[in-house]
Design a protein around this ligand. Structure first.
Ligand SMILES: [Ca+2]
Length: 607
């Protein structure tokens, strides 16, 4: 299908042609089972909204209107179930500032409008990189409780989301949902049992890895380790690959799913777009509105985001067209902060993707739904990506086993009715494997905590970081006016050199400019104790060494499960990987730098 019009300020977005609604059998019975804490950011957002909110009032139903050619479908008869349709849209690497209503120069009229009509989450947190956020979304658990505390799952690692975790789609299936995933998995695939179709999804169309070419769907993890990465369920999708840009291809797939599904039966759609992660690729016409952006990475990124915004419009139109919208809950979230080296912006937050500064973990997020009680509001209550699991299972009239220890909270009333969040803290992470801070010690942690270890925790207004939190600059928008990152004028600060503990009052200082750790040692101790308590519940880290049998050459040129049944006796190494990693430290460092744009892994060695 040829790509449609580029979203610009005017005219309103053009919808993609939609397949006709399902004409088949309406299958019988339903299963009737049962702060934006930153005051100054707020003003910036208000300014941004006014600046980019062109035509929102005039547009009226422009974004979500029934397309002119749409005929009366099953929309009117869609509310047979009290179980809502759940559409969870996860963007990849979209920066905090990279949405119109946060003041971006990138135009996102669809996101702006859907958010304005729904509830904007302005104290919303995710994890700083791909696998961690995805694992927490799908399990409702912190990484210390799944073993995925460290980094991402790399394509060559015999590792995946541990199978003893009941996933969100599995729980929704229990109460009659049809479950479909379109897009990026990145939760491991070394064994067939790890594949999305074995982890709760009725269907899967997408990629298994963290990144790849948007058109060819090829990915080289390292020289000689290259393969195809597009799947239809459990098989390479050669026959379904029409070579179009993945944002559009995935949207078409979503349209097909909706067109063939009975809207009286509840559906869970997990749409994990590849955009706007590197490599920076977009169809040419999306560049039209961004010729004035000099920085080439930023310009490409802007084009990618515009295409994504158009895709969300088309998803919304399809929900309406096929009778799902009235009983739908649409959740939009980025999976982590933006990577300035790859065009993303988190300004005015500190840090970037891959760091535990706010720029890595505070995300763009909103809920749009006719089922919301308070529409058109801003939610400043603390919300975390683990919260979707219990929230959505409860909305779906499902249940959570008593022995399941979750880290998420049901926050629906917080979002829908403006009530206080049940959440008072977030364990951002404890990573016992990550490179230790040189000056960290037990002494610096008052004998409570070894501050060489990378960790971050939020308790009410306070945030504590220990170890090496990662690249710590603020990257103001004007940085993007230069040709390349080497010429960026960053507000690099020197006082953090050698430190291993930071304390911020995030409510008063959302940009993390004033470290209060020396001033409030009592609060530091309290947060260190909380960290220590969390750490007692941690399971061992799973970070096995590379397995050469993962090479796509041995699997018909396709990235896919390589671990055979007989191999199970030889269990994958766990902390073995750590030892090996230490031996080849220099080599690994070089490799990591090289892979910066190849993998979903930022350069954590800077800052
Ligand atoms: Ca990501």
């Amino acid at each position: 299908m040829a790509p449609r019009g580029c979203p610009g300020p005017q005219p309103p977005l053009q919808p993609q042609p939609l397949p006709p609604p399902a004409t088949g059998i309406w299958q019988g019975k339903m299963l009737a089972m049962g702060a934006l804490t930153g005051f100054s950011v707020l003003s910036l957002l208000t300014y941004g909204y006014l600046s980019w909110g062109y035509g929102l009032e005039e547009e009226e139903e422009g974004t979500t209107a029934r397309p002119p050619h749409a005929r009366e479908g099953p929309e009117s008869s869609s509310s047979a179930s009290s179980q809502p349709h759940i559409v969870f849209i996860l963007a990849d690497d979209q920066g905090f500032r990279d949405v119109g209503y946060h003041g971006s120069e990138i135009k996102t009229p669809t996101l702006d409008k859907l958010a304005a009509q729904g509830v904007k989450l302005e104290n919303y947190y995710v994890q700083p990189i791909c696998t961690p956020s995805r694992s927490q979304f799908i399990t409702g658990k912190y990484q210390i409780h799944t073993g995925l505390q460290h980094s991402i799952i790399r394509p060559t690692q015999p590792n995946c989301l541990p199978l003893d975790n009941a996933t969100l789609p599995q729980k929704l299936k229990e109460v009659g949902y049809s479950t479909h995933m379109v897009g990026k998995w990145h939760l491991g695939f070394y064994r067939k049992e790890c594949m999305p179709t074995k982890r709760g999804f009725d269907t899967f169309f997408g990629s298994l890895l963290g990144s790849g070419d948007y058109y060819t769907h090829y990915k080289c993890d390292s020289p000689g380790m290259c393969g195809y990465d597009l799947y239809e369920n459990d098989n390479a999708a050669w026959d379904h690959d029409n070579g179009i840009y993945s944002t559009q291809m995935y949207t078409q797939k979503v349209q097909q799913i909706l067109a063939s599904h009975d809207p009286r039966k509840p559906i869970f759609l997990y749409i994990a777009y590849q955009a706007v992660h590197s490599p920076l690729q977009a169809p040419g016409k999306y560049f039209e509105h961004y010729r004035s952006i000099i920085n080439i990475n930023r310009r490409r990124y802007a084009a990618m985001l515009s295409c994504l915004d158009e895709a969300i419009n088309n998803v919304t139109l399809a929900l309406k067209r096929y009778g799902f919208y009235d009983n739908s809950i649409i959740i939009y979230s980025s999976d982590n902060g933006g990577q300035p080296m790859a065009g993303g912006s988190n300004w005015p937050l500190r840090g970037s993707k891959g760091t535990y500064w706010e720029g890595g973990i505070r995300a763009v997020g909103f809920v749009h739904s006719p089922l919301l009680k308070n529409k058109g509001t801003i939610c400043k209550e603390l919300v975390h990506i683990t919260d979707w699991y219990p929230t959505l299972i409860t909305l779906a009239e499902g249940w959570i086993d008593e022995d399941t220890q979750l880290d998420g909270y049901d926050i629906w009333e917080t979002i829908s009715e403006g009530r206080r969040s049940p959440r008072v803290d977030i364990l951002h992470n404890i990573d016992p494997i990550y490179t230790k801070a040189k000056n960290g010690s037990w002494a610096a942690g008052f004998g409570i905590w070894n501050t060489a270890i990378q960790s971050a925790i939020r308790v009410q207004h306070w945030k504590l970081l220990t170890g090496n939190p990662g690249y710590s600059d603020w990257v103001p928008p004007q940085s993007f006016s230069n040709a390349g990152p080497n010429r960026w004028h960053n507000e690099r600060i020197s006082w953090s050199t050698g430190k291993s503990v930071w304390l911020f009052n995030i409510t008063a200082d959302p940009y993390e400019r004033v470290d209060l750790s020396s001033r409030y040692p009592g609060i530091v101790k309290k947060l260190l104790k909380r960290l220590s308590q969390f750490n007692k519940t941690a399971v061992p880290v799973r970070y096995p060494p590379k397995d050469p049998r993962s090479n796509p050459r041995l699997n018909g040129g396709v990235w896919g499960p390589w671990y055979k049944e007989d191999d199970k006796k030889r269990k994958p190494g766990k902390n073995k990987g750590e030892k090996k990693q230490k031996k080849g430290k220099t080599k690994k460092k070089k490799q990591r730098k090289k892979e910066q744009f190849l993998n979903c892994q930022p350069d954590l060695t800077r800052g």
